[in-house]
Design a protein around this ligand. Structure first.
Ligand code: SF4
Length: 326
């Protein structure tokens, strides 16, 4: 591990001052410390923000939900407001990582976590994300777990977060505070696909701090849930996943929010699936027809062609579970 300095701050002003001079924010540390040990990351200064007052879960006007950036994954998953309002968020959290990690890791840190591409974590491998311009060992390497959607010639890594898939489906907003004040960024614009700059992963300005994630109010009743398909049933990342929320009134689907994980370079919203559902009556044939659109635009690599069919089946199954026509 490379030498670094450590500063603990107790208020947002102190954090921003440290961020302005180039300090790197750390809270649970469940990703960053690993990467520092492996010398993938070499920050000169760590700014410990774990004491900041960003630990509240609250209901917003109209019935949305605001989750403070420092709420732990375990706290958010167990919170009665999260469980009652958006079960898809609680389920995505409970299917992530391990109990120990969920106790330490925070909501803000979870959406900031870096890819699990093995070449990214191997400092001897070519990786444009770790070292821009060095190439991508995964394109012609073993790419079974990599992306089929949103990739570029520069990078084909997936985003590993589960709860980010739920946030993408529900069209959340990421609240930020920085040297120029506060702002909100739509979740769809917060995590960046690789394009020609895979080392740039979030739409953060220098020194900006995530303060909360806000899920907008959605029409009620709303049924929602998260399905994760992986090689083993615990402590494993998704091969595919689906976050689904449906508002059905008078026997007709009035609103549908759907996103997929494990397949995209960012959590992958599925607007074609949503459009296929809205205005229709729930049925097994509807779920199957809508799920056929889930892999629109997919470009599989040498080892991950199976994800195309697996994604469609994952989405179809979760539509059946949430839509209630098993
Ligand atoms: Fe690096 Fe992305 Fe290629 Fe993995 S897929 S080796 S993270 S550039």
């Amino acid at each position: 591990m490379h030498p670094f300095s450590y500063t603990k701050v107790s208020d947002v002003g102190g954090a921003l001052a440290a961020g302005r001079r180039g300090g790197r924010y750390i809270a649970g540390g469940t990703t960053l410390v690993d990467l520092m040990r492996e010398t993938v990351e070499r920050p000169g200064e760590l700014v410990d923000i774990s004491a900041l007052p960003l630990r509240e879960v609250s209901t917003t006007a109209g019935g949305g939900l605001r989750i403070g950036a420092l709420v732990s994954m375990a706290e958010a998953a167990a919170h009665p407001k999260v469980r009652a309002t958006f079960p898809v968020v609680a389920q995505a959290l409970e299917l992530s990582a391990s109990p120990q990690l969920r106790n330490m890791a925070t909501i803000g840190g979870n959406i900031m976590q870096r890819t699990r591409c093995t070449y990214f974590r191997d400092v001897t491998a070519a990786c444009n994300k770790r070292r821009p311009g060095s190439g991508c060992a995964a394109v012609d390497g073993f790419n079974r777990s990599h992306a089929i959607l949103g990739a570029s010639g520069q990078c084909v890594a997936t985003h590993p977060s589960d709860v980010a898939v739920a946030f993408a489906a529900l069209e959340a907003t990421v609240h930020l505070q920085g040297p120029d004040g506060e702002r909100g960024v739509a979740f769809a614009d917060f995590l960046l696909p690789p394009g020609g700059t895979p080392d740039r992963e979030q739409a953060l300005r220098p020194g900006e701090l995530i303060t909360a994630v806000e899920i907008p109010a959605l029409p009620r009743p709303l049924r929602s849930g998260y399905l994760k398909v992986r090689d083993r049933q615990s402590y494993e990342f998704a091969l595919t996943s689906a976050a689904v929320a449906l508002h059905v009134r008078g026997g007709v689907i009035r609103a549908a929010k759907v996103a997929a994980g494990g397949v995209g370079t960012v959590p992958w919203k599925l607007p074609a699936v949503e459009r296929h559902l809205v205005g229709e009556r729930p049925s097994t044939s509807l779920w199957a027809a809508a799920a056929e659109r889930a892999a629109d635009g997919a470009r599989p690599l040498r080892h991950n062609g199976f994800k195309v069919e697996l994604l469609k089946r994952t989405v179809e199954r979760q539509l059946r579970v949430v839509g209630g026509t098993k």
